[in-house]
Design a binder for this molecule. Structure first.
Ligand code: PAF
Length: 270
């Protein structure tokens, strides 16, 4: 596995591959890798001859007071995991390489970035689209893979990038149902035991054992509720007669840690 931290060196290798007619799949990450990320690499392999992974903790998607400074940086372990997963090359750029003119936030995804997670993190999706566009410009992949756990991010990336096929990877869960996330490391032992309640309660909505109001009450027994919404999974708007897939989308705080999760299901089940 090759590891590049300069754009020039990365692009020389990517150009060699392109000359040979090889298709390139890209998995952008912020490191702190877990089984969820590794499953995205497996998806990427199905779509292309070569897999490139980036590790870059993007300052533009963190607001003042968020966890940019403490976000897990586990480069050595990450590189070992990627090598074992059969990744062809890793790109680990500096902030200067990504933002050569400084970090001017010049992307605005508008209203879609202000709902759901955007209510608590209004800056977040602009920062994500900014870095994803920049990474796409550098890597020029044929395909890029994003996890479905960050469902709103996946939706926004699909709508606000072009020229790259966006595919998604399923949510990978711990055996007790908790969706894997780098931020799960922040949970204390006691919080970790409570955390699976999130998925359990969302499952009860899907199976119609709980309506949204009762589910919100249940969630509030364990968490501080950020949002719980049922929306059209294709539009992230209100469910209408044309809705074919429903998204149950939720974010909660457990102590200082914010957890998100979702379930997407076909309308027939309602
Ligand atoms: O999902 C993430 O890890 C990040 O938001 C991404 C897509 C790598 C952009 O920094």
């Amino acid at each position: 596995m090759q590891n590049f931290n300069t754009i020039i060196a990365l692009q020389a290798t990517l150009n060699e591959w392109r000359k040979k007619g090889q298709k390139i799949a890209f998995v952008p990450t912020m490191g702190g890798l877990h089984q969820g990320h590794l499953s995205l690499i497996d998806v990427a392999k199905k779509y292309a001859d070569r897999v490139v992974v980036s590790i870059f903790v993007n300052p533009a998607q963190f607001a003042e007071g968020e966890d940019f400074g403490t976000y897990p940086r586990t480069m050595e372990e990450d590189l070992a995991l990627l090598e074992a997963q059969g990744v062809d090359c890793v790109f680990t750029p500096s902030a200067e390489a990504i933002y050569p003119d400084g970090m001017t936030l010049d992307v605005d995804v508008g209203a879609i970035g202000q709902i759901l997670c955007g209510q608590t993190r209004p800056h977040f999706f602009n920062g994500v689209v900014q870095v994803v566009r920049r990474l796409f410009e550098i890597v020029r992949p044929d395909v890029a893979v994003f996890g479905r756990k960050d469902y709103q991010q996946l939706h926004i990336v699909k709508h606000f990038t072009s020229g790259v096929e966006i595919v998604s990877g399923e949510i990978v869960r711990e055996t007790d149902g908790l969706a894997m996330s780098t931020r799960n490391q922040y949970l204390s032992k006691g919080e970790r035991k409570i955390a699976p309640q999130l998925h359990k309660i969302l499952g009860q909505i899907e199976r119609r054992e709980l309506d949204v109001k009762s589910a919100a009450e249940q969630l509030q027994r364990y968490f501080k509720l950020d949002y719980l919404e049922l929306l059209d999974a294709n539009t992230l708007k209100k469910i209408t007669d044309n809705t074919s897939k429903i998204a149950i989308l939720c974010a909660v705080f457990l102590g200082p840690t914010r957890l998100i999760d979702n379930i997407i299901f076909r309308r027939e089940n309602v």
